[in-house]
Design a protein around this ligand. Sequence first.
Ligand code: FAD
Length: 514
Amino acid sequence: ELRKLALFEVIGMYDHSLAVKLGVHFFLWGGAVKFLGTKHHHDKWLSSTENYEIKGCFALSELGHGSNVRGIETVATYDSNTGEFIINTPCESGQKYWIGGAANHATHTIAFSQLHINGSNQGVHAFIVQIRDSDGNICPNIRIADCGHKTGLNGVDNGRIWFDNVRIPRENLLNSVADVSPSGEYLSAIKNADQRFAAFLAPLTRGRVTICVSAVYISKISLAIAIRYALTRQAFSITPNGPEVLLLDYPTHQRRLLPLLAKVYAMSFAANELKMMYVNRTPESNKTIHIISSAYKATLTWNNMHTLQECREACGGQGIKSENRVGQFMGEFDAQSTFEGDNNVLMQQISKALFAEYVACQKKNKPFSGLGLEHMNKPLPIIPSQLTSSTIRSSEFQIDLFHLRERDLLRRFAEEVLERQSLGESKESTFILGGFSNSPSFDTLSGVSTSIAKVPDGRRALVLVVFVGGVTFAEISALRFLSAQEGMAYDLIIATTKIVNGQTLVETFMEKLG
Ligand SMILES: Cc1cc2nc3c(=O)[nH]c(=O)nc-3n(C[C@H](O)[C@H](O)[C@H](O)COP(=O)(O)OP(=O)(O)OC[C@H]3O[C@@H](n4cnc5c(N)ncnc54)[C@H](O)[C@@H]3O)c2cc1C
């Protein structure tokens, strides 16, 4: 498995479209057959998938339902007279949309559909449907169209599929989660519909793991390109006729690139750890992997896009040239924040999972386990009153700060949700309309949401920050960072009597000495 993941990573560094195309075939189609199917499906489809005799795709999203895939409209109705399912697209919004591989090459698809039996809807289930013959001709009662030119990833043939009452054998239901007997009886060991639905989305976990890893290596490649450029490119001289200064000798350039480099190191460790968790997964660790892969997928892909933009600009005009790759990556990797779970929607799911864990553990007075909250089983970390530079630089101290922050955010978040619920708001509406996400932003802090409520028309209030005696670049950056935060109630205007930098500081002393 590690070798397959490694192969996929290397291909992705070379061409993201090729990696996505293979990922759809092996991980989404192949993963669905493996994890959602049983022996009959494995025997029939897995070896022809491995050797690429058939080409698979994964048809979950529809024009009308992308994030909310539980609401898809494609219907599978069981006909006990013939022992077949009839797959049908009942309306235009029910057409399958964005399906990678469908427009040109796929011969088979996993058609996710609402399963109707004896007039009742058993929810979303997965069915194998052949959409092309081995010569590439589209099968009867199937219609396919291309999604059209995209801002990136044009090597992937994303397509739209309509099913016009396509009949498939009963055995094509992938039945590890639920089955239908020949007489039309619905059978499932998982009685809870929510859990059944979650089980059908299991193949997406692997996709999220590979997205995390690829977001990190693309950040690494673009940082390597931008830093190499900064180590060779010179601009402006400090003294007349003196040599021009290397870009990386400019503190601003260092501050733009080096924190991103540090971040990508941290994210690289995180992505590798996730990969190993996935490879060594057990039924007990599946929930944790689902939550962690969702959180990392959102964090790492957002960070990748931020890194790409900074690296593109740090290379000046050269960053725009396709052959220098960085600008090209922006188009190619942008979709990572949308497919296999939109990042914001994933963050909502993580908030829900953390909230549920927090409330359950508090109620039952049991220790936190599995979702990274184990530090909350220990007493509050103590922050020393005298902070020395070695304390601030120690990783223990930094981790303590993160833990304190997580405790605080989670406690306030849970209190606010519970308060709304106690006022009669439903659980779903608290999460869906409450505007919560798991991002470490100010919108989860009740104090700030109160301030926002005070701003007329939802506009941000203007605040003038005056520095008497001088302001440093670090202070300006800190304020810019704060005002860029989602949910920040204020726009900040900075006024100062002086800019303080290393040189002005030294000059001050010199004047005094003189
Ligand atoms: C290049 C590409 C390849 C793809 N390949 C496949 C494939 O092979 N198979 C497949 O099945 N699908 C595929 N998809 C579809 C992809 O999974 C969906 O695009 C994705 O799930 C988002 O759905 P949507 O596009 O309908 O966005 P929407 O659901 O319309 O979301 C639009 C915006 O609304 C926000 N939003 C949605 N719900 C909420 C909420 N509850 N609260 C707050 N904000 C919300 C989202 O954050 C997002 O910013 C692909 C998509 C792309 C772009």
